[in-house]
Ligand binder design. Sequence first.
Ligand code: UD1
Length: 430
Amino acid sequence: MERTAGGGLGLVDKLLIKGGISLNGAIAVSGAKNAALPILAGTLLSAEPVVVRNVPQLKDVATTITLLQSMGVEVTFDDKLNVEANAGNVVDRRAPYELVKTMRASILVLGPLVARFGEADVSLPGGCAIGARPVNLHVQGLEAMGADIKVENGYIHARADRLRGAHIVFDTVTVTGTENLMMAAALAEGETILENAAREPEVIDLADFLSAMGARISGAGTSAIKIEGVRELHGTDYTVLPDRIETGTYLVAAAMTGGKIRLDRAAPDHLEAVIAKLQEAGADIQFGDKSIEIDMRGKRPKAVDIRTTPYPGFPTDMQAQFCAMNAMAEGVGTITETIFENRFQHVLELQRMGADIQIEGHTAVCRGVKKLTAAPVMATDLRASAGLVLAGLAAEGETLVDRIYHVDRGYERIEEKLRQLGAEIRRVVG
Ligand code: UD1
């Protein structure tokens, strides 16, 4: 017995996919998980009610809401995807291990808690299926802002009077690190400059959200972000941007199945690196203002070379999906992962579906096979599991993807959306 998608104990959900059907039709993109999570954490920064719209219904969002509620934040999440959060009466400044271990992004409450309340006790995220994911840069940044931090018994204990602005240069580009310190700096005394900051669209979305609450931030989207701290932030009503990784995943699904699909409510500008690689693979791509259409009818993708780098480079969160595409593409493609170690677990499962992929250090060399064949496979992390679902859609026969709770962390109603595009896919429990 393991955790189910619903979070309770019980049998594990699996996806049963009948492969070989070309995807066709149109679906709407959901709100971005990686923007919704920091924005929800950011609701801790104000004592006034905040409305956040276009929040995707995902396991990670549910975990974040549970975490906020455990601190005393009043949160409602309605079926129109609107969250209303009121952090006017926060009684507990703790993020317990039980929640943090299921979602590393829980670390995002650290900055807001220290900045607003002067104290936070946040569990260390611990091991992660995609390699070591330290939070030293979050901690060092807060220390530079005057926080006193002790790491004891698996917890980060942070204390501060009022944080002070600081000049922080990140050793490595870190997305949640940039976000955590941007939130902390919003309420600090004086000016903070974050250099070598992450430039992801989700960082900009968080900055826009904080600015709507009265924060004074400039430079988000560049590698130098300036934050002029203010005494307090007020309530606001904000809409989360579209999920570029979800968008990219469905585009690859269409490419792998020789389909033609349109994604509505998308943000095409955020997908340049991914789209360039799809075009290289042979896809015909058309853009609307807020839509993207891919046409791959009658074609087999050509293998492409990928190297993951921070935005605007090719996203590590799309690596497993392109690995799946290369596995059945024409020719040889290499995938080099530079962001995370140990992020090739999907390769072992793809090999069970007939893929010819060799891992050499940080590079996976994929020699495309004509047809992948169905097999029972096991999801190991969020994006790896997306790669396996895509492989299942393209493979001959029925693929059973186990441990689908990883998919539910990041893809809203995946089987419904895929069915809308004509796929034969259903959730089975057992
Ligand atoms: C975020 C995304 C995740 C994506 C990743 C990289 C969210 C909620 N998650 O994760 O989907 O895969 O960006 O685009 O937005 N590092 C350190 N010290 C630190 C922090 C990070 O060494 O204190 C290293 C990491 O080990 C990794 C690299 O920096 O090698 C990038 O990690 P980071 O950008 O922090 O990833 P996350 O923010 O966790």
